[in-house]
Design a protein around this ligand. Structure first.
Ligand code: 5GP
Length: 111
């Protein structure tokens, strides 16, 4: 099981802020911004590279959940949505997830 599957199964604690049948959102344990939330599908897709055309609704949903959580957490001055896919991107958990970062100015290009 990935660490995210353990969070979904409530075997590992996390600060969960939203959940439905398809996905869950919780605060990152090592936040890179004052707001750093992970939005994770309950069905394991290892990474974006492994997603298929049949995952399109799920992928779209993750972005709309990010939009809704950004509103709920009042990220009115902007936010960043990130998906790390593969080693060059720094992916560390092989369970697709969307990072939602906000409440500080974020540099571009990323490191
Ligand atoms: P990645 O590097 O794969 O894009 O992102 C994985 C993220 O998961 C990292 O930001 C890391 O801090 C977070 N993370 C890893 N283990 C845990 C955990 O046990 N709990 C929570 N809440 N976040 C975790």
């Amino acid at each position: 099981m990935t660490i995210f599957e353990k969070i979904i199964a409530r075997q590992t604690p996390a600060k969960i802020i939203w959940e439905d049948d398809d996905a869950i959102a919780f605060h990152d344990v090592n936040p890179q911004a004052p707001v750093h939330v992970l939005i994770v599908p309950k069905r394991v897709v290892p990474r974006l590279t492994e997603a298929t055309d049949s995952d399109s609704a799920l992928l779209g949903k993750l972005l709309l959940v990010a939009r809704d959580i950004a509103k709920k957490l009042d990220l009115s001055s902007g936010y960043r949505v990130v998906i790390n896919s593969g080693p060059d991107a720094g992916e560390s958990v092989p369970h697709l997830h969307v990072h939602l970062l906000g409440k500080r100015a974020l540099a571009w290009p990323p490191g």
